[in-house]
Design a protein around this ligand. Sequence first.
Ligand code: GLA
Length: 373
Amino acid sequence: MSTTPTFQDVFGSRPEVYARAPGRVNLLGEHTDYNDGFVLPCAIPQSTRVAMRRNGGGATRVHAAAYGRTVEFAPGTDAAEDEGNPFALYVSGTLIEAAQEGLQVPALDIFVVSDVPIGVGLSSSAALEVAVLRALRELLEAQEQLDDVRIAQVAQRAEVEHAGVRCGIMDQMASSLADTRSALFLDTRTLRRQLVALPEGSSVLVMDSGVARSLATSGYNQRRAECEAAAAALGVPALRDVEYLSAVEQLADETLRKRARHVVSENQRVLSAAAGCDAAGFGTLMNASHASLRDDYEVSVPEVDRLVDLLQRQPAVWGARMTGAGWGGAVVALCHQDAAEDVARAVLREYAAGGGKGRALVPELAQDANSGG
Ligand code: GLA
């Protein structure tokens, strides 16, 4: 018998609407979105599910199954920070931003269940924001005000204004518009986008390095400021506007030069991949992306480098790299089709032998295989 409570157990009656939204893994185009550049994420099978109803009272209540805790706040206000239910702050921020769109957001009961891994760079927060907005769209019949792109924009504002991360729009666009069978090629300046098929004969493998991303928020905001400084020094609105790497070499400051070199070369890699390449070509671009993130952007950590290296050595792997903001968390590889589970098992064994505590996230493995034993 399951002991996980349901919406009805917590709130006493049934919800009016249900919605869900997936996490995402970024295949190429890291730290390019806040530089107005190009990205290539796809959705992962794990998702966040939201059940919602109007409660007719004076407070919104958010229950997160993973934490077993309900948090209350007045509509139109931020939830207090609560370690017992960190989801509530994202939900309240999302609802405030939805109200900014002109929606009349009443007091709600909201129940959240998620299997998107938290804190590894697979956008659990974007999945939560997008799932809440999808549920709200249905509840308020707001299809016209909230199309899928608008949902991503509102969700991004929730993250920037209420969670304190000056993120770009990749994660929210991926959660709102991508699927697991193709990659979403997105120009983050114009939001022009296209679904592109994964290279023939390939499949995506995602693994967690087991290293917590402790410096992620401060480091992320610092990288963003460095990119803005580099763009200003080069006299362009954003690093997206630098087409040739030779222009970057004019920057006198070495740190800014390295950051800009990553962003400009990473945009070129996304454009090459989106123009169409085979699995081997795509893998080569992923390997180059990792080297650039490690050496020029300096957002990798030794354990992640080691996991990526182990993956790159596998004969059935076309390419591998860190994914997400960095400072630990997940890595992604492009494998020969149907080889992902075998690759994951082999790499987990080697990683564990060196002291690493990894796990496969996509595809998920049975518990014993995931321990690396
Ligand atoms: C985080 C941010 C995204 C993006 C990536 C790095 O996931 O939320 O907007 O900047 O980092 O590519």
